[in-house]
Design a protein around this ligand. Sequence first.
Ligand SMILES: CC(C)(COP(=O)(O)OP(=O)(O)OC[C@H]1O[C@@H](n2cnc3c(N)ncnc32)[C@H](O)[C@@H]1OP(=O)(O)O)[C@@H](O)C(=O)NCCC(=O)NCCS
Length: 161
Amino acid sequence: MTLDVRGVPPSELESVLGRIVALNHTIFEGMFPWEPYSLEHYRKRLTGVMPVVFVAEQDNEIIGDSIAYKYEDPNNHSHYIWILGVQEQYRKKGIATMFLDFNEQFARKFDCDSVIVKSYNISKDMQRLLLKRNYDIIAVDRNENPKYKGVHFELDLSPEE
Ligand SMILES: CC(C)(COP(=O)(O)OP(=O)(O)OC[C@H]1O[C@@H](n2cnc3c(N)ncnc32)[C@H](O)[C@@H]1OP(=O)(O)O)[C@@H](O)C(=O)NCCC(=O)NCCS
């Protein structure tokens, strides 16, 4: 039983994307009033950006993933974590913490100003993790149902004065 967390090189992404999407269907199904994103949606969203993908594998089966890319704002050079999820039976073992460590290391290495994550209010486990790691809440989307309000978190990477 070996657990491994690793980066997915761009050349391998297309061949693992289907497995990632299938896993994310099991993770996100029923969590939101909308359907989990389709493979087509992932492909579209990841076209024209340079995706930064990490997967957690247990005996070669993908059991968690994180997908990020550069935020498309000319004034803000940020690393945006779009998707992050861990299969239920593997939670609370530090896998999401490793994904965040890897993403933050990547963002620092490539001189990003910040790491940005949008998390919906229903995802309290994620929000607790981000707050524990000193992410700030920089915006909250409006939504009639407070459970599905999008909360925008940012970790400022600029050097301290
Ligand atoms: C949010 C999510 C990604 C967290 O994944 P995870 O791998 O369980 O996260 P971690 O194990 O790193 O941390 C979770 C908790 O376990 C604790 N933990 C980590 N390793 C541990 C260990 N070895 N033993 C006991 N506890 C541990 C952490 O301290 C943390 O504690 P907290 O709940 O008090 O904050 C996961 O719950 C998930 O996929 N949820 C559904 C999808 C989702 O909400 N995604 C986020 C969308 S933005």
